[in-house]
Design a protein around this ligand. Structure first.
Ligand code: ATP
Ligand code: MG
Length: 306
């Protein structure tokens, strides 16, 4: 099934890296076919070396496919008009070490030809969004890994892109940072942006992606909506308040009669992420903010229009 409105359409996309003598060396991406639809969060998942970054770089027009068709926002990925509407967070930090946080965003704003008033406004909103307002005048060389990742993310959004491509968006972030980035991704998608991300952090992908493709050796091994892939349709889970013993006994009897076996009964466990965030939030309320990352605030206003 092909969708005419697809934001990204890849058919038989292949990348073969050649050696110095042009002999095929690595088939990094092998006949990938997939579509990313408007407003969707699509995740490329796979172990190290499975071809995630290579796929993203072809979609960005940074690498030329060896075979196959690729259209991004209805055009070639190399078209300038396409590039204007795409934001990219690379896997490795590539920031200019001697620029401050604010200058970094200003630099990228200039690359997209934004006027000075608009740049100033967007930079303010972005710094607030990523919790780095107070670090605006520190040079990037002094930033922690998580701070650099945040400024990279802000950089990817400075042109108010329709398509946001994030290569390992949560790498180097603490659980609080991961949560914020994940919330931000979901909010951006709700505001009509399309997000393509890669990760090998399964929990992150599970939390934010509508659909995923799992890559191995450059090939898609599984693809579909997260819900369909993970839901055990033939099993059921009830979560209820603690029951008095006699009521519990009656419930178990009914179930035993119906299915001929005892159900599994257990207390649900909070997940460690929620628990950790609760503990850190409590500590944060009781102390002044550290010099690193301050509280972040929703999503930048200029990104909010439909
Ligand atoms: N410029 C290059 N020249 C030669 N081979 C490359 C090049 N870039 C990537 N490869 C190879 O292509 C394959 C896929 O690499 P890629 O970086 O796309 O993987 P990945 O899924 O992003 O992995 P990771 O999770 O480690 O980031 C690997 O075998 C890698 O060695
Ligand atoms: Mg990679």
């Amino acid at each position: 099934m092909t969708d005419n409105n697809a934001i990204i359409r890849a058919e038989g996309l292949t990348k073969i890296f050649r050696d110095f003598w042009h002999r095929p060396k690595v088939r990094a991406v092998d006949a990938l076919s997939f579509e990313v639809r408007p407003g969707e969060v699509f995740g490329l998942l796979g172990p190290n070396g499975s071809g995630k970054s290579t796929t993203l770089k072809m979609i960005l027009g940074l690498l030329h496919p060896s075979h196959g068709q690729l259209s991004v926002l209805g055009r070639s990925p190399r078209d300038v008009k396409t590039k204007e509407r795409v934001g990219y967070l690379p896997e490795e930090s590539y920031l200019y070490q001697y620029l401050t946080g604010e200058e970094t965003l200003d630099f990228y704003g200039r690359l997209f030809d934004l006027g000075s008033g608009e740049r100033r406004e967007r930079i303010e909103q972005l710094l607030r969004m990523i919790g780095l307002e107070h670090a605006r005048n520190r040079v990037v060389a002094e930033f922690s890994k998580g701070m650099a990742r945040r400024i990279g993310l802000a950089q990817a959004l400075v042109n108010d892109p329709d398509l946001v491509i994030l290569d390992e968006p949560t790498s180097g972030l603490d659980p609080l940072g991961c949560r914020q980035v994940k919330d931000l991704i979901v909010t951006l998608a709700r505001r009509g942006k399309t997000i393509l991300l890669s990760s090998h952090l399964l929990a992150d992908v599970e939390d934010v992606c509508d659909r995923i493709a799992i890559l191995y050796n450059g090939r898609i091994q599984a693809m579909g909506p997260i819900k369909d892939l993970l839901e055990e349709k033939s099993r059921l889970q009830l979560t209820i308040p603690e029951l008095p013993p006699d009521a519990m006994k009656r419930v178990l009897t009914v179930i035993r009669e119906a299915i001929g076996q005892d159900p599994e009964v257990d207390h649900p466990r909070r997940n460690l992420e929620h628990y950790f965030l609760e503990v850190v939030e409590k500590a944060r309320r009781g102390s002044a903010d550290s010099s690193g990352v301050g509280p972040s605030e929703g999503v930048a206003r200029y990104l909010s229009h439909e």
